[in-house]
Design a protein around this ligand. Sequence first.
Ligand code: ATP
Ligand code: MG
Length: 653
Amino acid sequence: MTEIRDLLVETRSFPPPPAFAAQAHINDRRLHDAADADFIQYWAEQAATLRWTKPWDRVLDWQPPHAQWFLGGQLNVSANCLDRHLDGARRNKAAIVWEGEPGDRRTLTYWELAREVRTFANVLKGLGVQKGDRVGIYLPLVPEAAIAMLACARIGAIHSVVFGGFSPESLRDRMNDAQAKVVITADGGYRRGQIVPLKRNTDKALEECPTVKHVVVVQRRTSGPITEAHVDMKEGRDHWYHRLMQHANDQCAPEPMDAEDVLFILYTSGTTGKPKGIVHTTGGYLTGAASSTKMVFDLKEEDVFWCTADVGWITGHTYLVYGPLANGATCVMYEGAPDWPERDRFWSIIARHGVTVFYTAPTAIRAFMKWGVEHPRRHDLSTLRLLGSVGEPINPEAWMWYQEHIGGNRCPVVDTWWQTETGSIVISPLPGLTATKPGSATQPLPGYSAKLMDAQANELTSGGGLLVLTKPWPSMLRTIWGDDARYVETYFSKWAGRPDLYFAGDGAKLDADGFFWLLGRVDDVLNVAGHRIGTMEVESALVEHPAVAEAAVVGKAHELKGQAVCAFVTLRDGFHKSSELRDDLREFVAKKIGALARPDDVLFSADLPKTRSGKIMRRLLRDIAEGRALGDTTTLADPNVVAALKEQYEKDE
Ligand code: ATP
Ligand code: MG
């Protein structure tokens, strides 16, 4: 049984503000119509907006489940993100406007960024890096992270970025999986006022990484407390970035790359289990990144675009680096935490740099709600014209809060569904065209074919089911690094005999307008008395209660019902746990969406276990609720949270 119950009814709808629609890149269905008529031709037209040094012979070769796009074509990603903008007025435009957590700032124009990238490309060559070699990037969110990525792209090296918050073990595993030759790191970075000892972590990781021959160390210069004392340089292996840069030539022609050459490997967030090394290639990936950035964020020459994701995640790859730079946009980059030194840091950044388009995650929005509206109110957010959300389903109440308190009821909100595997946004409103609904990612972008299916691959046109992509797309993953069998098994084996159907792993429902509502991971779906319920709907009902900041629900084995609903809840500032509140929440859910979904248990918690990219890890909550040993915890942001929860749960039982 795969039908998922459709419980929550949300009827609010917001057409694009007329003034926004009038100036938007897209405000009619012509692109959709063209893509529906011939999706291959549509993608060829999108790809043609890039600079190719050799035209492709064939747009698509689809041997399910393996696709190749733009065969025979050649291009270079760094040339598309940089050189293309140097001929005209954009050469002096800010490419990256950066703020460090301690308050230091830097701005790099396209001209300057291009020079740094060419120089660092020569540094890498000098260390023996060749086309096809793998390079690890383990940096704080500083401009050098983008420089390193683009320098790899320039010479055809494959980067594997590892989020700077990950442990030495995680770095070690990722470097070994990719057989990396060089690692680029820093003496340290800042997070909530603490120094993250990146070089020390790297040293520890490299004790067991035999393929890594060289380490380049960026000096995170500030007036703050990082000093040379944090760093032990190993003779022959370790090199200071600034010294190598001083001696390297600043001219470096871009390597012509085949469209299907690998651009990077990136590991998934690890929400549902062991992370997968997703492989993206050159031509298709950049086509998806560049076109979606322009459409979804309605990006214009004068925009200041801030995507708050770290480059350690796909969102940082596609919407902090490759997508915006391919469009010649100005991007804001911020190193640190949203509550450092105060809970208004994001709003002060928006006001300081005149951010016009802001893209963040539901986990952050729920934290802002919890902290209260006084923080955004202290700042002038009037430059904002468009807001985006990504990473998890956004609860309708959080969406409404975002639209009202950050967007001033003037900015469209785009809830963008996509994955590391899809490379770029797949389902999202087009802000000048789509009437948005709080909690719905709305409809697939032009060129994508997203459908809802049951376990027999029958297409569903209403209610809940499995989200499927039925046609290949340019920025799709090509394989899992070193494990093609896992690629086939994970993504294309859900329906026997249908290797053409991409199984996303998420449940969704379709409403009467054909809009998609993401219901959560299929692995997390609850099964109560024979009814399958998505986690999202119960959680959204809980979040609607004025006391609740964030909620996660899981199913717990139950003798009669199969599973009982177990809710973990964090409260908004000013509310306290009590048995009355517990009963109130149980009834609130029952009233809102039905007695079926009434939680048996409600556990109040100071925090929820999350991945380092901020996603709730329900599988660990399930382990706790069912009294099992915890599964893979290597991607957890803070292991103390689960340990404390487990203890509390066992005490309360
Ligand atoms: P892993 O695959 O290792 O378990 P992950 O799926 O969290 O980790 P990502 O690729 O970072 O790794 O996240 C993609 C997932 O995030 C999607 O499959 C979906 O579950 C969720 N997601 C992303 N954006 C949205 C959105 N706008 N609405 C609902 N869910 C979203
Ligand atoms: Mg996933």
